[in-house]
Design a protein around this ligand. Structure first.
Ligand code: 3HC
Length: 299
């Protein structure tokens, strides 16, 4: 845990709602930095998936010598699991990381209002929805912010902190300090679809899909061009498989609807792949084929 600025608030217990890829990764980040974490999922199946994700990710760190088995056990021991939002009553900072559905997120924020203390800070990890709209479900929208982590959350250093027109400056300062405390690099931006990074990234990713769709070059060559020519850790089609094609489609759609920039009009093949269930790593097939969500590509 990095030193905390002395004039900002000390958070103790972190709630994470939704333990999918991002939620589980976010829970890991906080638990790794000594926080007590309460992870909430809809049902036992979701909880089991989240727990498995956390075990796999920390086991990988152990096998690479980044974490001892004892530290792994301590880290996992700091996370408790529940299927009830009421178990977040002790949480002073809650991150929601459920599906990108405005209705679902608003319902969760409305319910949280009745559960957490009035001074608790509520954050959404949305990557494409309006934080302002989500915050309207809350009687105190001034305590709502966006905290946008990147995938894989335990690895990527950036967190975008999204302020709405009513987010209290104090909340923004406290959350910025918290993000620093868990070793991440905060950047602050306004509430516009795509925020900073996705606005810049997704035009590029979408263009790569068009190139693939138009059979201009093979998937391997498109990816190799950006890896070996530009030093990107992954090519654009590999990255889309990591992000999830459904998520990518939703992000592009929202940005296109809001900004009307043709760069963000989703390439038709993206929609077709999503409809066919080719969502990338998480379903074993996207632009490439995988044995499992965490495995390298096989075809
Ligand atoms: N969970 C935890 N740790 C992971 C991980 C995961 N899912 N995947 C990789 N790692 C760790 C490894 O353990 C390793 O750690 P170490 O260096 O401490 O030993 C390190 O990351 C490097 O992993 P690998 O050697 O297995 O593989 P690579 O060197 O190829 O790195 C990668 C994998 C980190 C995914 C790298 O390819 C990368 O950074 N890719 C780009 C990812 C990116 O751009 N993400 C942003 C997507 S956009 C987004 O998230 C926004 C959203 O709104 C859609």
């Amino acid at each position: 845990m990095t030193e905390q600025a002395s004039d900002t608030r000390t958070f103790q217990t972190i709630g994470v709602v939704g333990l999918g890829t991002m939620g589980a990764g976010i829970a890991e980040v906080f638990a790794r930095n000594g926080f007590s974490v309460v992870g909430v999922e809809l049902n036992d199946e979701g909880l089991a998936r989240g727990r498995q994700h956390l075990e796999n990710s920390t086991a990988r760190a152990v096998s690479r010598g980044k974490l001892s088995e004892e530290e792994q056990a301590e880290l996992l021991g700091r996370i408790s699991f529940s299927t009830h939002l009421e178990d977040l009553r002790e949480a002073d900072f809650v991150v929601e990381a459920v599906v990108e559905s405005l209705e679902t997120k608003k319902a969760i924020f409305a319910e949280l209002e009745a559960v957490v203390a009035p001074e608790a800070v509520l954050a959404t990890n949305t990557s494409s929805l309006s934080v302002t709209e989500i915050s309207t479900a809350n009687a105190h929208p001034g305590r709502v912010v966006g905290v946008h982590f990147f995938n894989p959350a335990p690895v990527q250093d950036l967190v975008e902190i999204v302020r709405t027109v009513v987010t209290e400056p104090r909340v923004l300062d406290d959350v910025t300090a918290l993000v620093r405390q868990v070793g991440k690099h905060p950047v602050v931006c306004g509430d516009k679809a795509g925020f900073i990074a996705n606005t810049l990234l997704f035009g590029y990713l979408n263009h790569a899909v068009s190139m693939f769709e138009g059979k201009y070059a093979s998937r391997e060559d498109i990816d190799a061009a950006m890896r070996f020519g530009c030093g990107y850790p992954m090519g654009p089609l590999q990255l889309l498989d990591l992000i999830g094609l459904d998520t990518a489609y939703e992000i592009l759609e929202t940005m296109y609807r809001q900004g009307r920039d043709r760069l963000h009009a989703p390439s038709p093949i993206l929609k077709q792949m999503v409809t066919a269930g080719m969502l990338g790593r998480k379903t074993g097939r996207g632009f490439y084929t995988y044995d499992g969500p965490d495995s390298p590509r096989t075809v």
